[in-house]
Write a protein that binds this ligand. Structure first.
Ligand SMILES: C[S@@+](CC[C@H](N)C(=O)[O-])C[C@H]1O[C@@H](n2cnc3c(N)ncnc32)[C@H](O)[C@@H]1O
Length: 228
């Protein structure tokens, strides 16, 4: 089956259905180890070794919890628009005994709960496709980052090759077959993601200046460039 995704179709932003959020948490805890390691690599490549990390759209907090364990010099704040996700993320951090170094709160990507120039490293993982006003978000990233701060944003991209899409969709449906809504989630998320060209156009209109974009299979990485 050839899947063409010309138009972006917005996906409802907040995962606030408790049953779906708990299922997402279960799946993320089970399958996110390799993605976490890949994000860690990109974080290390930023060359920032300590300070404050802000994770936007943190969901159940699997990524910041992994990073918190791997990078002991950082304090981490994760924010999410969904109070249910924040509650789950706090529970996960507590189970790992990390509540002293990691905090979660309800917050919006469009109004980051941080002072100007106060964040060393900003992360946004699998969340950009939920944002219908990405320029507003990019401007917020620019506002809160320190002069020498870095960012790593990763998401799906809508110009993924149809064969690659078909393959990943099959895998997704296999892993997420236990939930009627979640099993369609991959295609819905890709459909609401941005193409590489759209990302470049949006970034050029934003206040963020030093960035680079790379695409790989279904992923698009948008990263600050000072160290590249
Ligand atoms: C697909 S999940 C990704 C969660 C996590 N980053 C991960 O990869 O496991 C996207 C998350 O973004 C949150 N979200 C959606 N719109 C948001 C917004 N405007 N501001 C903050 N969080 C948002 C959703 O509630 C959801 O938890």
């Amino acid at each position: 089956m050839v899947i063409l995704m010309k138009e972006r179709i917005s996906e409802p932003g907040v995962i606030d259905d408790r049953e779906l959020a708990e299922y997402y948490n279960l799946m993320a805890r089970r399958y996110m180890k390799i993605p976490c390691q890949r994000v860690l690599k990109r974080v290390i490549a930023q060359g920032i070794r300590k300070g404050k990390i802000l994770d936007v759209g943190t969901g159940p907090g699997i990524f910041p919890i992994f990073l918190c364990k791997a990078l002991p010099e950082f304090r981490i704040k994760g924010i999410d628009l969904s109070p249910v996700m924040v509650e789950i993320a706090r529970r996960n951090a507590m189970e790992e005994g990390l509540e002293e170094r990691i905090e979660f709160e309800v917050g919006s990507a469009y109004c980051l709960p941080c002072e100007n120039r106060s964040v060393d490293l900003l992360l946004c993982i699998n969340t950009l496709h939920h944002l219908d006003q990405p320029i507003e978000f990019f401007n917020e990233v620019e506002r809160v980052l320190k002069e020498d701060g870095g960012f790593v944003i990763v998401d799906f991209h809508r110009d993924t090759h149809p064969l690659v899409l078909g393959f990943f969709n099959l895998l997704w449906r296999l892993f997420f077959r236990g939930h009627p809504k979640a099993k369609d989630g991959f295609m819905e998320s890709v459909q609401s993601s941005y193409t590489r060209q759209e990302c470049m156009d949006l970034l050029r209109k934003s206040n963020l200046k030093r960035w680079r974009i790379t695409t790989r299979t279904v992923e698009i990485w948008i990263e600050s460039t000072k160290n590249f």
